[in-house]
Design a protein. Structure first.
Length: 704
C-alpha cells in the first residue's frame, strides 16, 4: 500500500467531528491506494454479524482470518479496476452489463465467455445485466445436458442410445458419480475400472473354454456336484484323519471317539437330527484305517448330506454305486473336482458378471469406450467455464457490494449522511415510545458491555426472539428523550431487522448515561423525589409489618404510663419543629427583604446551583459521545473518533409526536377528580406572600 503523496484531488466532507473522504467517482477507486491510511475511518472489520453479504466478505478475506483489512480492500478495488472497462458501473444499480467486462487478456476473455453462457442458460438477452442470483443456481448453470467441467458424464449429455446404455451399465456395476448438475454419471476413473473388470471377466471365462473337459468332469452337473462336495468335505476329512490317528496309535481310538459322558447331555431332552450337539460328533465311529460306510452308522445330523454326496458326486465320478468310501477314493474324487474349484476361486469379484459375456464382448470390441472417453475429455475441457464462473461471480458481487463497503470502511458516509443505513446497523428497536436507529448485533453481551460504556451513549441490551429463528442479541443506543422509565429486566419492545421481520425484544442489561442537558437539569430533583418515595415506602412497609406482628402475637401486659418520658419526647418534637420553622421563617424573611424583581433571580440561582453539576457532567458526556467503542467492542478497528453530537443523536432516536394537523380531545372520561387541597395551599401561599409584600413595601409608607 502506497503512502506517497497522491496526485488525485480528493474531496472530503466533515461529519461526526472529523473529515471523511468522499468515494463517488471512478478516479476515487483508481487512486484509493494512494490515500494515506491515517485518513481511513476503519482499519479492519469482521466478516460476520453485519448487514452485508457474508459471501462477498469471504471472497475478500484472502487469509481467511475473519477480518477485512486495508490491503484486502485495496486488492478487491484494484482487481475490479482491471476487470472492468467502465468503472461507472461500480456506482450504478446492482447488475453487471456484458459490455462492461474487460476482455483484452485471457482471464478477461474467459470471464466474458462465462458471462455469455450464464445469460444463455438463464434465458436472458445479451443486453441484460447479470445479477448475483443468476450465478447461484448451480443446477441451471451446470445442467445435465451441457458440459460443466467436472469430468462427469451423465446419460443426458448424449443422444446416442447405445452410449446412454453403456453409461447406465457402468453406473450399475461401478456406482454413480455425483455431477455438478445434481445427477449421477461416470468419469474417466469409473470407465477404466469397468473396462479392466470386463477384460478380467472375459479372460476368466476364456480359461473355461480352453480346458472345459478338465474343469467339468460331470459336465453341466459339475457346479451342483461341487456344491454338495464342499458341504461334506471338512467332515469327511475329519473322519479319515481320525482313522489315520487310530492306526498310528491304537491307544488314541477311545479318545478320538465321543466319550460316554457326551450322551448324558442328550439323555433328558428331545433330540433332533439338526441338533448342534449331534452335528459336532464324528461322522462315524472311529477305527484304524476304517472306510466310511455310506449306509448305516452315519451321524444322523449328516446322513442327508452324505446321501446327496453319494448320489450326486460319488456314484457319477466312480461310475458305480458304492456302499462305502475309502480314503483312496476320497482323494481321487477331491482331485477330480479340484480344477473346477480352483477355477471358481479365481473368479473376479465384480458386479460386471451380471451383464453377461456377450454384452461385455460387445462393449470391448466396439468404440463405446472411446466415444465415452471423448465426452469425458470434452467435459474436462469445459472446466475453464467453472473456473471463470467463480471469477465472474466475484466481479458481479464487487459491482454490487464493494462501493457500499467502502462507504462504511474508508468513510462513514452511509451512517452520517443518512441516505441508507450503515452495514453495522441491524435494524430499528421500538421501545418506550421511541425508535432507536443505532442498533447493532452483539455476540457476547457481557464482553461488549465491558467496553461499550466508553462510547458515552445510553445503551440498552436486548435478547430478541422470533418463531423459527435463532435468538439474537442486540444493543441499542438511546440518544434522545427521557429514559427514567426503562427497566433492566422485564421491559419488552419490538425489533425490526433490515428485512422487515419483527422480533420480540426483552431488555437484559442497561448501561446508564446522560441523554440530554434537559434531563440532567431535572435529574437531582428526580433523584431526591425517588429517594423520598423509597424511604416512605420502606417506612410504610416496616410499619405494616409491625402492625401485622402485633396482631399475630399475644398482647403484652399493659405498662404504667410514664408522664416524664412522654413530656421529654413531646418537648424534643417541639424543639425540632420550632427550629425548622425558625429556619424557614428566616429564609422566607430574608427572601422578601429583597426587591420584588430580585426574588425570581434568587430562585433561578438556587435551581442552577443544584442542577449545574449534573448539567456539566451531562455536557461532558454528550460531548465525548463516540461511535468507535461500540464498533470496537464488536471486533472493528475504528481509526478515528466518530462523534455523535446532540443534533445527530436526536436524528438517531425518534420520539413519539402527534401527526401534523391531528385533532386532540383533552376530555378524559376516566381522569381522576381534581383535589381541592392544592388550590387551598396555593391560595394560602398567595395570601401569605401578598401580606409580606404589603407589610414591607406599603404598610410602612407614609400617607401622602
Amino acid at each position: 500500500m502506497s503512502t506517497t503523496t497522491s496526485t488525485h484531488q480528493w474531496r472530503f466532507f466533515r461529519s461526526g467531528g472529523f473529515d471523511q473522504v468522499t468515494i463517488s467517482t471512478p478516479a476515487d477507486l483508481q487512486h484509493l491506494s494512494e490515500l494515506d491510511p491515517k485518513l481511513w475511518t476503519v482499519l479492519n472489520c469482521p466478516t460476520t454479524g453485519l448487514e452485508f453479504d457474508d459471501a462477498t466478505l469471504a471472497m475478500m478475506d484472502q487469509d481467511g482470518d475473519g477480518q477485512i483489512r486495508i490491503p484486502e480492500i485495496l486488492a478487491a478495488v484494484n482487481w475490479s479496476c482491471e476487470r472492468l472497462v467502465d468503472l461507472n458501473v461500480m456506482f450504478a444499480e446492482p447488475g453487471l452489463p456484458l459490455n462492461a467486462i474487460a476482455s483484452d487478456d485471457e482471464l478477461g476473455a474467459g470471464i466474458k465467455y462465462a458471462a455469455e453462457q450464464v445469460l444463455l442458460y438463464s434465458n436472458k438477452m445479451p443486453q441484460d445485466n447479470l445479477q448475483v442470483a443468476d450465478l447461484l443456481e448451480s443446477t441451471r448453470l451446470f445442467a445435465a445436458d451441457h458440459f460443466n467441467g467436472d469430468g462427469v458424464v451423465v446419460p443426458e449429455l448424449t443422444t446416442d442410445p447405445e452410449l446412454q446404455q453403456f453409461i447406465a451399465d457402468i453406473m450399475v456395476t461401478q456406482g454413480g458419480i455425483a455431477d455438478r448438475s445434481g445427477s449421477e454419471g461416470v468419469n474417466s476413473e469409473s470407465l477404466q475400472q469397468f473396462i479392466a473388470q470386463a477384460q478380467s471377466v472375459l479372460e476368466w471365462h476364456a480359461t473355461f473354454t480352453e480346458s472345459q473337459v478338465a474343469l467339468c468332469p460331470l459336465a453341466e452337473q459339475t457346479a451342483d456336484a461341487v456344491a454338495v462336495f464342499e458341504k461334506v468335505q471338512a467332515k469327511i476329512d475329519d473322519y479319515f484323519v481320525r482313522c489315520q490317528l487310530a492306526a498310528f496309535d491304537d491307544r488314541a481310538t477311545d479318545n478320538l471317539n465321543p466319550a460316554i459322558g457326551v450322551y448324558d447331555t442328550l439323555a433328558n431332552k428331545v433330540v433332533a437330527e439338526a441338533d448342534s450337539d449331534i452335528a459336532t460328533l464324528p461322522l462315524s465311529a472311529i477305527a484304524a484305517d476304517k472306510a466310511l460306510a455310506l449306509g448305516s452308522g452315519i451321524n444322523p445330523a449328516w446322513a442327508g448330506a452324505i446321501h446327496d454326496f453319494s448320489e450326486k458326486v460319488l456314484t457319477p465320478l466312480l461310475g458305480k454305486p458304492c456302499s462305502e468310501l475309502t480314503y483312496s477314493s476320497w482323494q481321487h474324487i477331491s482331485a477330480q473336482l479340484a480344477a473346477w474349484r480352483n477355477w471358481m476361486a479365481a473368479r473376479p469379484e465384480t458386479a460386471v458378471h451380471a451383464l453377461g459375456t456377450d454384452r461385455l464382448q460387445l462393449i470391448l470390441t466396439s468404440e463405446l469406450s472411446t466415444k465415452l472417453q471423448t465426452l469425458i475429455d470434452q467435459d474436462l475441457q469445459a472446466c475453464t467455464f467453472a473456473d471463470n464462473l467463480k471469477a465472474l461471480e466475484k466481479l458481479v458481487r464487487y459491482q454490487r457490494d464493494l462501493v457500499t463497503l467502502l462507504r462504511n470502511f474508508v468513510c462513514f458516509s452511509d451512517f452520517y449522511q443518512g441516505k441508507q443505513k450503515a452495514i453495522f446497523q441491524a435494524g430499528t428497536l421500538y421501545i418506550d415510545q421511541r425508535s432507536c436507529e443505532l442498533v447493532m448485533q452483539v455476540g457476547d453481551i457481557n464482553r461488549h458491555a465491558a467496553m461499550a460504556p466508553f462510547s458515552g451513549c445510553y445503551l440498552v441490551y436486548c435478547t430478541c426472539t422470533r418463531q423459527g429463528e435463532t435468538p439474537l442479541n442486540i444493543v441499542a443506543a438511546l440518544t434522545g428523550g427521557d429514559v427514567d422509565e426503562l427497566m433492566v429486566a422485564g421491559r419488552n419492545g419490538v425489533f425490526y431487522d433490515r428485512k422487515g421481520q419483527d422480533w420480540k425484544a426483552s431488555v437484559t442489561k442497561v448501561v446508564a448515561q446522560p441523554v440530554s442537558i434537559r434531563q440532567a437539569f431535572w435529574s437531582p430533583y428526580r433523584r431526591v423525589a425517588a429517594f423520598i418515595e423509597n424511604q416512605v415506602q420502606k417506612f410504610a412497609a416496616s410499619r405494616d409489618k409491625g402492625i401485622e406482628a402485633n396482631t399475630t402475637v399475644a398482647a403484652p401486659a399493659p405498662s404504667s404510663f410514664d408522664i416524664a418520658k412522654f413530656a421529654g419526647i413531646f418537648a424534643a418534637f417541639g424543639l425540632a419543629i420550632g427550629a425548622l420553622g425558625t429556619a424557614l421563617a428566616a429564609a422566607v424573611s430574608g427572601l422578601f427583604q429583597l426587591a420584588w424583581w430580585q426574588i425570581p433571580l434568587v430562585l433561578l440561582i438556587v435551581l442552577l446551583i443544584i442542577s449545574t453539576p449534573s448539567m456539566i457532567m451531562a455536557y461532558l458526556t454528550l460531548r465525548r459521545r463516540n461511535l468507535g467503542p461500540l464498533l470496537d467492542a464488536n471486533g472493528w478497528a475504528v481509526n478515528t473518533r466518530a462523534k455523535i453530537n446532540v443534533p445527530f443523536g436526536a436524528a438517531l432516536t425518534g420520539l413519539a409526536h402527534l401527526p401534523k394537523g391531528a385533532k386532540r380531545s383533552l376530555r378524559d372520561p376516566f381522569a381522576e377528580k381534581p383535589s381541592i387541597w392544592p388550590y387551598l395551599i396555593g391560595l394560602v401561599l398567595v395570601v401569605l406572600v401578598g401580606w409580606v409584600v404589603w407589610q414591607k413595601f406599603f404598610a410602612a409608607a407614609p400617607l401622602v
